[in-house]
Structures are given as C-alpha cells and as structure tokens.
Design a protein around this ligand. Structure first.
Ligand SMILES: [Zn+2]
Length: 265
C-alpha cells in the first residue's frame, strides 16, 4: 500500500485510546492500524495549504506570501491577547476574524511534560490537548471571545508555564498532577474582566495515547533534508509519529509538505 498527499495535522478522536487519522487526498488512513508496521516515507514536493501552489513552506503550512497575507495566520492566532474583532477592528479580514474570535474560548491547564496554561476555541476541546500530547487536562475558564481568553492566559503565564517540553512529552517523562488544585491555586490571578467565567467543580480529562514503546532519546526527523526514511512505527503521541529507532516525526510541523508513505510490512 502507498499513499501520496500533502501533510496536514492528524485528525483525532478521543476514545479509550486516541485514534489518529491522516487525510491523504484520496485516502483517509487510520494511523493506529500502521502500528508495528515498517513505513517508508519520502519527501515529494511542497503544496501551500492556502494557495495550493508548489511553493516552499515558510511557517504553519503556508508559503511566505500566504503566511503574511492569509487571515488565518494573523498574529492573534499565536497571541490571542492581540484579538480585536470584539472592538470591530480589522487585522486582515474582519468578517473572518469575527467568525473565529467571537465564539466561546476555553483557557485550560494541560499536563504533557509539565503543567501549562493554554487557550483554544471551545470546539477544539479535547483536540488541542491531544495535539499537545497532554495525558491530563482541565478547562478552567470559559469566555465569550478570544481576547478575554488571551488576557487570562497572559495573566496566568506569570504563575504557570505556557510551553511544553516535547522531548519529555515523547519520553513519557511525566508526573501526575492534581489539576483541580492547580485551578484553585490560580483562581485569584484571573483578570477582573474574566473572573465571572471561572468554571467551578470541573473534572480532569485523562488521555491515553497509542504508544507501545517510548523513545529514550528522541531525535527529530527532517524529511526535507533526508529525502526519505524507513522505520517501524511504535507509537503516536501529540502530533508525532514515534519509530523503533528513537526517530520521531512531527506531522504538524511538516504541514504543507507532500510526502509519499509506503506501508511495507
Ligand atoms: Zn501560499
């Protein structure tokens, strides 16, 4: 079997164990079924996720010009506190920004290698947590727009991490934390404007990933540079493929690359 298509982050489903799906143009692959199989992956070319042209990918699956022009790559994506649609102010395309920013957002705590705070649209729970490789997470504040979520995150960042250590996450070098206790501890640091949106009596979500063998020393595969790679898939966590020889491949960081995947045995 072989598939060719442009890489986009894997779709996921939170069942007993997370199910992963890779959309490869004409085929929709359940990646869990490739576990314990040897896979050959080769770099073919580029395909920008916005304009669809064969142009080198700059960031987030976009070519350079799309990255600086498309409404879905505005600065407020990575820095929610810069959101301005609630004021009726345009960044790149006000209609688009209203649609995305003026909807319920969640400020959460997720534990992937350490406890961190993050922001996501409510519709992206628990997808966002799975993408980060969090084994546990909890919603702490639900606000009506992205701006309020952004300023809450900025305030809480003073007291809790906002980044994941991907090596620790992949090695499963993790500790269980009581996230409801963290939530109580952080409550008083929530900004005035968002205090009324604090979620009381919430429970942690536990997430189990399909990993049979964790890498001891994860080394990241650069498929553009290597051209091709062959290895046995032994796990999937976050948006990473984990191979038997400690090689890991971040699907999300390679969005916009066209690859060929051959399932060998
Ligand atoms: Zn483009």
């Amino acid at each position: 079997m072989q598939y060719t298509g442009v890489l986009k982050k894997m779709n996921t489903e939170l069942l007993d164990t997370v199910q992963y799906y890779l959309d490869m143009n004409t085929d929709f692959i359940n990646v869990n079924q490739l576990l314990n199989k040897t896979i050959e992956m080769s770099f073919v070319t580029y395909e920008c996720l916005s304009c669809g042209l064969e142009k080198e990918i700059y960031r987030q699956g976009f070519c350079r010009s799309c990255f600086f022009e498309t409404p879905s790559a505005g600065d407020w994506i990575m820095r929610p506190e810069l959101s301005k649609a609630h004021l009726g102010e345009e960044d790149r395309d006000l209609e688009y920004e209203k649609k995305v920013q003026l909807q319920p957002h969640i400020v959460y705590l997720a534990n992937s290698s350490n406890v961190k705070v993050g922001v996501t649209r409510k519709t992206q729970v628990p997808t966002r947590w799975i993408d980060q490789g969090a084994h546990e997470a909890i919603e702490i504040v639900e606000v009506p727009n992205r701006y309020l979520a952004g300023i809450t995150e900025v305030a809480l960042k003073e007291h809790v991490a906002d980044k994941t250590n991907w090596r620790k996450m992949l090695k499963n070098d993790i500790e269980d934390e009581d996230l409801t206790k963290w939530q109580e501890r952080l409550k008083s640091f929530i900004p005035e404007e968002a205090k009324e949106y604090f979620i009381e009596n919430n429970k942690e979500t536990e997430i189990k990933f399909p990993v049979e063998q964790y890498p001891e020393k994860p080394k990241s595969l650069n498929i553009k540079k290597e051209g091709s790679y062959t290895g046995k898939l032994v796990g999937i966590k976050g948006q990473y493929f984990i191979f038997e020889d400690n090689t890991v491949f971040n699907v999300r960081a390679n969005e916009g690359l066209v690859v060929n995947i051959k399932v060998k045995s």
